[in-house]
Each structure stands twice: as structure tokens, then as C-alpha cells.
Design a protein around this ligand. Structure first.
Ligand code: EZ4
Ligand code: CO
Length: 408
């Protein structure tokens, strides 16, 4: 069996999804997602210019060898662009494998460990009152878990993941008005003084059962994060996400000595080498890698297994920039993983998105139910993708009030 062709598409409804389609000589094709938010043309170019020409003629069933060939073969290893491009290839090869076997991917991993996978949504508000309305909306829809972010009084601009506009209570991250980023101003002191009380009020209003998550988006230093984690302990968060900058695997040691708040980190990681110490030293409770950005299902599964040895559960990244293909790859891992925790899930199901990526996966009452179709269980409509073109966009950058550049 041989790979005969591979095509790369860029575009989608309000997103620049990068989609890879790998064809073989048996007429079976596989699909993969290489979307890297804010750098989409880079993964597309890497795939087109370097990777897909090397796929032609290879046996698509040898997904492990193909992964090693690209990873080791690059010599200069790692990085988000390369790993996301490898991720798309790996996902597409697993899709082919599942279709050849006539089985949904979760069967190839070891079958279902649960009926549905709990997801969390993003509630956000310009202020706390606005956020409360947003949370109430998700609770009404049946969500069992919500990530909560709101504006901080006196903060010169909106804080992470929050719109400045009242009532616009969804998620605002990528700005597609151009390639030059918006600048947001951050004030750690105001955030630290305000947010613990706001979280306490959310717990008071919604009661003990709702799972409440909060994302710090890497903005605190280790000592500040330890203080913050200690202070929010009575709220009983499901997790505190990215409290410290993610490059430093030692940054969570101080927090761990001072607080028992569950910690989740990993959405910016590109490989197991970014999180092996965090896992082995049991400094985290949830690992948040995205299957695309760590190089696909093959390496993601190794991370899940390492995490399982150390009581670390999964909480895969599920930002809106991930296409339904990588969300499906994660859904199959979620159905199987003995150490599954939760899945980040943003309402992707617009009619345009469903037309581009038809599937029978479904979300019901805050639980994700994976389809039984062979492979990833998501198709791709090439006629639909022709309606879209690449839109330059950017994530904001963050500065302190004096101009110092900070972590987004
Ligand atoms: O800001 O994925 O938990 N989720 C997040 C994300 C990130 C975006 C960046 O592309 O923090 O929403
Ligand atoms: Co996050």
C-alpha cells in the first residue's frame, strides 16, 4: 500500500483551519489538522514544501516509522510549527488505519472506558455580573463544567479571554482585523486583589456541584502564583490553569508546597520533553497538551500513558482554533484514556463548520459522545473549503502599564 498524493487546504468559517488530506492507492484517504493559531501559513508551507513530497510512495500503515522519519529527520527538532505539521500527518495516518480496519479510532486504542466525556465551556464577561450571566447560560445548556474569566476593575484593558463589551459573553481571542496584534495592558496587583473574591462569589452563586475552572494564562510569577493558589483554595476549583510561565518546569514547585489546588498546564507544549518533569515530579494534576501541537496521536498517547503512571489526568486543549479533526482525535483518546479528566470544548457546531467537516460526533448535556464511524469519524468537503481564503489575524500581545512586555 502506498501514499499517492497529499493536499493542504487553508481556510474555514471565521478561522484559518489548515487541513491535510492524504490519499493512497487503495482509494482510502485520511484527514489531519495542522492549524496553529496565528501562524497558519507556516504549517501549511512546511507541509507543502518539505513533508508531503516525502510522504509519496510510503506505506501509510507505518505511522510510527513515518513519525520518527520526520521528527528525527529534521535534525533541528521540535517547535510548534514542525510538531503541528507532523501532528496533521500522524492524525491522517491514524484516520487511514481506522478506515482500513473498519473501526473508530478508540477501538484501536483499547476500546471505550466511558460512555461520554465531560467537557468544559468558556464563560466570560466584561465584569463579574456579565460573567455570572454567561455561566448561567452554560449551566442551562447542561454543561457540568465551565472556565470562568472576567474583567478586573481598574485594569486598563480587558484581561485574558475577556471582551470589553458588556453582554458579548463568548470567547474573544484571535483578532482577524490584521496581522498587527492588539495590545492589552495587564496589572498583576489588581488581578490578585480582585479575582479570588470574584471566584468565591461564583461558587456561592452556583453551588457546590458546578465544576469551576480558571485560566491565569501564564501571567503570574512563581511566588505570586503560590499566593494566589493558596487564596483560592476555599473555592474548590476543578483546576487552576497555567498559573506560571510554561517554559519553566520548576516554576510550580513553590505553588505545590503551599497549595493543594489542582493545577493544569500544557496548551503551549510541543512534546513530551516539555512536560516529563512536571508529570514525573507530580507537580500537576492535569496535562493540557493539544494532539495537533505535540505531533499527533502517536506522541500524545505516550504522554497520556506517562501521565497515568503519576495520577495526572488529561484535559486536552480545545480552543476554537482547533478544527473538528483534531477535536475528534482527542475525542477518541478521551473515550479510551483510563486517566481521562475533562475536555475543553468550544461551541464549534455552526452550520458552516458542520458543512465543511461533516460528522456524527455529538455534544449532549455537557458530555461528548464519539461517533462509531471508522477512523476519526470526520469528513472534509473540498467544495466547501473553496469558499474560504486565508485571513490574516493575530493574538493580542500584553504589556504592563509602564510598557514592559508581558506574557499573553
Ligand atoms: O488562548 O488557544 O485554555 N485555553 C486558552 C486558549 C488560548 C488560545 C491561543 O490560540 O488559553 O484559548
Ligand atoms: Co488556557
Amino acid at each position: 500500500m502506498k501514499i499517492t498524493d497529499a493536499k493542504v487546504f487553508v481556510g474555514g468559517p471565521a478561522k484559518n483551519y489548515v487541513t491535510l488530506k492524504i490519499m493512497n492507492d487503495q482509494g482510502v484517504y485520511g484527514l489531519g489538522d495542522a492549524t496553529l493559531n496565528g501562524r497558519e501559513t507556516m504549517t501549511a508551507t512546511y507541509l507543502r514544501d518539505y513533508l508531503t513530497p516525502n510522504l509519496i510512495g510510503k506505506d501509510p500503515r507505518n505511522s510510527e516509522d513515518i513519525w520518527q522519519f520526520f521528527y528525527r529527520g529534521a535534525y533541528f527538532r521540535g517547535g510548534p510549527i514542525a510538531m503541528s505539521a507532523f501532528g496533521a500527518i500522524d492524525m491522517a495516518l491514524w484516520d487511514i488505519k481506522g478506515k482500513l480496519a473498519g473501526m473508530p479510532l478508540y477501538q484501536l486504542f483499547g476500546g471505550k472506558s466511558r460512555e461520554g466525556a465531560m467537557v468544559y465551556a468558556h464563560a466570560t464577561g466584561a465584569d463579574l455580573e456579565d460573567l455570572m450571566d454567561s455561566i448561567a447560560w452554560y449551566v442551562e445548556q447542561g454543561y457540568k463544567a465551565v472556565r470562568v474569566q472576567c474583567g478586573v476593575p481598574g485594569m486598563p484593558t480587558a484581561s485574558y479571554g475577556v471582551s470589553e463589551e458588556k453582554g458579548a459573553n463568548r470567547n474573544y481571542i484571535t483578532d482577524f482585523s490584521g496581522i498587527q496584534p492588539k495590545v492589552e495592558i495587564w496589572d498583576t496587583d489588581r488581578y490578585m486583589r480582585y479575582m479570588p473574591g470574584a471566584l468565591a462569589r461564583i461558587r456561592e452563586r452556583f453551588g457546590p456541584d458546578l465544576r469551576i475552572l480558571h485560566d491565569v494564562h501564564h501571567r503570574l510569577l512563581p511566588r505570586e502564583a503560590a499566593e494566589f493558589a493558596k487564596e483560592v483554595e476555599p473555592v474548590r476549583l476543578y483546576w487552576l490553569e497555567d498559573p506560571t510561565p510554561a517554559e519553566d518546569q520548576d516554576a510550580l514547585k513553590l505553588l505545590r508546597q503551599h497549595s493543594t489546588v489542582p493545577i493544569a498546564i500544557g496548551e503551549v507544549f510541543n512534546s513530551i520533553w516539555d512536560c516529563n518533569k512536571l508529570i514525573e515530579n507530580e507537580l500537576i494534576d492535569f496535562i493540557r497538551v493539544a494532539v495537533t501541537h505535540v505531533g499527533g496521536i502517536t506522541p500524545a498517547k505516550r504522554i497520556v500513558d506517562l501521565a497515568g503512571l503519576h495520577h495526572v489526568r488529561t484535559g486536552f486543549h480545545g480552543a476554537p482554533s482547533h478544527s473538528p479533526l483534531s477535536m475528534a482525535a482527542q475525542a477518541h483518546l478521551n473515550a479510551w484514556a483510563p486517566n481521562f479528566g475533562i475536555q475543553e470544548y468550544l461551541v464549534l457546531g455552526t452550520p458552516e463548520c458542520d458543512a465543511l467537516f461533516p460528522s456524527a460526533h455529538r455534544l449532549e448535556n455537557g458530555m461528548f459522545h464519539v461517533s462509531d464511524a471508522p477512523g476519526l469519524g470526520v469528513d472534509f468537503d473540498e467544495k466547501e473549503v473553496a469558499r474560504y481564503s486565508y485571513k490574516p489575524g493575530s493574538l493580542p500581545v500584553v504589556r504592563l502599564e509602564d510598557g514592559t512586555l508581558w506574557n499573553y
